[in-house]
Design a protein around this ligand. Structure first.
Ligand code: TYD
Length: 238
């Protein structure tokens, strides 16, 4: 089985960039890797993307700025995850390919907690396989919002300051709980320079897959079993 790594954080935290950089680095080291994202490119994922861009509304919602009821959206994210697992993630992992996903289960816990009970969110996601490692890129909400507004002219459903402030709290609280432990959350300072953060992620990954690493992934303690042989550590920077 390949290693399953998820990236998490607020919109604008840099998960897409860091997921891409890690996939590039793994590939450069000769590790077979598959980069993916949630919402996925599957049928339910595409539907969710339309909802996030406010191109699809449920007439019964009655709340013009939140076009879909929270519970319906939570169920769609859970359904997309199962589809994503069966259509893409699990087949790749079984082939021994490392899968890097830009967002996964922790996104549902942190974002859908805005409007739904966490216990229920966990129940509807009970069939989702736990990632081996979850990198949580932590950036304060106002910083994320500034980054989003600089990069785009339209904002998506969750990209408002009030919501992001709560989502960040949810992320940090859940990451520090036993739930965070079950998905091996590694908390990172996302205000660091992109390259410095990439380097830290690489080192944390190397440490986690070391045989017998404490708090790291448990797959029998043999790197070769993970399909990961990451070579020597980086030279310390200047
Ligand atoms: P984003 O990651 O920016 O994807 P894209 O670049 O395709 O727009 O946006 C996805 C949004 O969906 C983001 O606001 C987080 C939210 N989300 C959830 O609320 N729950 C989930 O389970 C997932 C995967 C994402």
């Amino acid at each position: 089985m390949g290693l399953f790594i998820a990236f998490e954080g607020l919109d604008g935290a840099g998960t897409t960039t860091q997921a891409m950089l890690l996939a590039d680095r793994l590939e450069a080291e000769g590790v077979p890797v598959h980069l993916t994202k949630e919402p996925s490119e599957g049928p339910v994922g595409n539907l969710i993307s339309l909802v996030l861009r406010r191109r699809l509304v449920a007439p019964t919602a009655g709340r013009p700025l939140d076009p879909f009821p929270d519970d319906l959206l939570a169920l769609l994210f859970a359904a997309d995850r199962i589809d994503h697992l069966h259509a893409e993630i699990l087949p790749k992992l079984r082939e021994g390919i490392t899968v890097v996903s830009d967002r996964y289960l922790l996104s549902s816990y942190a974002y859908q907690s805005l409007g739904c009970d966490l216990k229920w969110i966990r129940e509807v996601n009970a069939h989702a396989v736990m990632p081996d490692l979850t990198f949580l890129i932590d950036v304060p909400a106002p910083v994320c919002l500034r980054r989003i507004e600089k990069g785009r002219w339209e904002t998506e459903l969750f990209e408002g300051l009030d919501k992001l402030v709560v989502v960040r709290k949810n992320y940090l609280r859940i990451a520090a709980s036993p739930i965070g432990e079950s998905m091996n959350v590694i908390l990172l300072d996302g205000e660091k320079d992109v390259r410095a953060l990439q380097k830290e992620i690489w080192e944390r990954l190397r440490f986690s897959v070391q045989p017998g690493a404490r708090g790291g992934v448990e797959r029998g303690g043999d790197e070769s079993q993970l399909g990961l042989n990451l070579g020597p550590a980086d030279e310390p920077g200047p």
